[in-house]
Write a protein that binds this ligand. Structure first.
Ligand SMILES: NC(=O)c1ccc[n+]([C@@H]2O[C@H](COP(=O)([O-])OP(=O)(O)OC[C@H]3O[C@@H](n4cnc5c(N)ncnc54)[C@H](O)[C@@H]3O)[C@@H](O)[C@H]2O)c1
Ligand SMILES: N[C@H](CO)Cc1c[nH]c[nH+]1
Ligand SMILES: [Zn+2]
Length: 429
């Protein structure tokens, strides 16, 4: 089911040889740009129209009423509530450590630069709810935003056909975390609503959260007007494994992420042809038993998935760095040491007992992670995603005088003498 790419004997890793989806974010952007333009010009009407067409829901108000949030929490199964609370407490533990104190540096006597970490004022958090209602993505979005001190938090998630509201567990988690501003809007329409404002929803300053390729494209389109986190699009897993790995575990992990989307990518990188054969056999046996067998089969047999054969773990490391997966599992001898040498990955899962699905819910790490190679330059969602460092510069007379000749010389070198004069004017020169 998984195609083979044989890189053994290659000295370089041509990007075109690595498994990637054919339909990319740029192509999706062309499809949804007219919807974004319509929302920018006409507000809620195009949102109502696309929601009726695609989600089968005629929206009256975009906003979820407060009583629906309360009812959802009241009806939440106690065991599920306990598991959600466990997830929240682990995510809070890890993310609390990311909070930042002001940094004060005395650059020279009397010359101080203070770096203040200021939270974004208003954020729109997207929670997927198309193929699966990702209540855990409420936790992964809201907890870091709250710890950063963001004063206004709005959440959007697609309405479900049966209720006309977002999934009931998603609503319950919003209520659990004291989020009261929730919208029954999904996909690129939600991103447009957050960016431009519509009806009751005032425009936000930043949009975060995962979603399908159209959500990702919409985030790319509005970037600049608003801030965004990484492009956290269609799920990917890469597993770097040698013959110490358990083929059944590797297969289960590849399948777990393929379950998200027919476009999801599952890639095994291994120097062991025997492991490759064993994983392939396990995958074939397991897929038929899976609840979402059809979706998984499409994902695993698509051009975005496959098994890459390498000479050794060193070449494997180069391949996974070039691929820059959202999730990278390392199931090899000396896995921790290898993990510390990886430079490009959204998150790294080390050893036989750290599967990606642990990180999806309960590791304490964040599951909103960069996809499509964006892990080369972006990172997963964190408290710092919601904080902007603002530098405050404060020099006294003596400190400015001490460095004035340098400023004048540097300004002259750039043919900007008035810059120098703005300093010397303070000393009657
Ligand atoms: N990278 C990450 O951090 C991460 C985390 C969790 C999930 N994910 C990914 O999130 C995605 C969730 O996708 P999903 O589809 O299940 O839910 P979704 O909520 O992202 O998208 C569904 C919504 O999009 C709308 N929509 C779909 N196509 C559209 C189009 N062409 N124009 C306008 N609206 C459109 C639907 O009507 C619906 O409202 C999956 O691909 C999953 O792999 C990524
Ligand atoms: N694996 C997803 C990130 O790509 C996150 C998730 C949420 N629920 C289950 N999984
Ligand atoms: Zn997952």
């Amino acid at each position: 089911m998984l195609k083979r790419i044989d890189l053994r004997g290659s000295t370089d890793i041509p990007a075109g040889l690595l498994p990637r989806a054919r339909f990319d974010v740029a192509a999706a952007l062309a499809e949804i740009q007219p919807l974004l333009d319509a929302i920018a010009h006409h507000g809620a009407d195009p949102i109502r129209r696309v929601t009726a067409e695609r989600d089968g829901v005629e929206l009256d108000s975009l906003r979820v009423p407060a009583e629906a949030l309360r009812d959802a929490l009241d009806s939440l199964d106690p065991a599920l509530r306990g598991s959600l609370e466990e997830a929240v407490s682990r995510v809070r533990a890890v993310h609390s450590a990311q909070r930042r104190e002001n940094l004060v540096t005395e650059v020279a006597p009397g010359g101080v630069v203070t770096e203040r970490f200021v939270p974004v004022r208003r954020v729109g958090l997207y929670v997927p709810g198309g193929l699966a209602p990702l209540a855990s993505s409420v936790v992964m979005n809201v907890v870091p935003a709250q710890l950063a001190g963001v004063p206004q938090i709005a959440v959007a998630s697609p309405p479900q056909r049966a209720t006309g509201l977002p999934d009931v567990t998603i609503l319950a988690v919003c209520a659990m975390l004291d989020v009261t501003e929730v919208y029954a809007v999904g996909g690129p329409a939600a991103i447009g609503m957050f960016a431009y404002g519509a009806d009751e929803c005032a425009p936000v300053d930043m949009i975060t959260g995962p979603g399908n390729i159209y959500v990702t494209a919409a985030k790319r389109a509005v970037r600049g007007l608003v801030g965004i986190d990484a492009e956290a699009g269609t799920t990917e897993i890469a597993v770097l494994a040698d013959d110490t790995a358990d083929a059944a575990h590797v297969a289960a992990d590849l399948i777990s992420q393929a379950e998200h989307d027919p476009e999801a990518a599952s890639v095994l990188v291994t120097p062991s042809a025997a492991l490759a054969d064993a994983v392939d056999a396990e995958v074939k046996a397991m897929v038929d038993e899976a609840r979402h067998a059809q979706r998984i089969r499409i994902a695993l047999s698509g051009p975005q998935s496959g098994i890459v054969l390498v000479d050794d773990l060193e070449q494997g490391l180069s391949v996974v760095d070039a691929y820059a997966a959202e999730h990278l599992e390392i199931q090899t001898e000396g896995a921790r040491e290898l993990a510390m040498r990886v430079t490009n990955a959204g998150a790294i899962f080390v050893g036989p007992y750290s599967p990606v699905s642990l990180g999806d819910y309960c590791a304490g790490s964040n599951h909103i992670l960069p996809t499509g190679g964006c892990a080369r330059h972006s990172s997963g969602l964190s408290v710092t995603s919601f904080l902007r460092p603002i530098q405050v510069i404060e020099y006294d007379r003596e400190a400015l005088a001490a460095v004035s000749d340098d400023v004048v010389r540097l300004a002259e070198a750039e043919n900007l003498p008035s810059h120098g004069k703005a300093v010397t004017a303070r000393f009657g020169r």
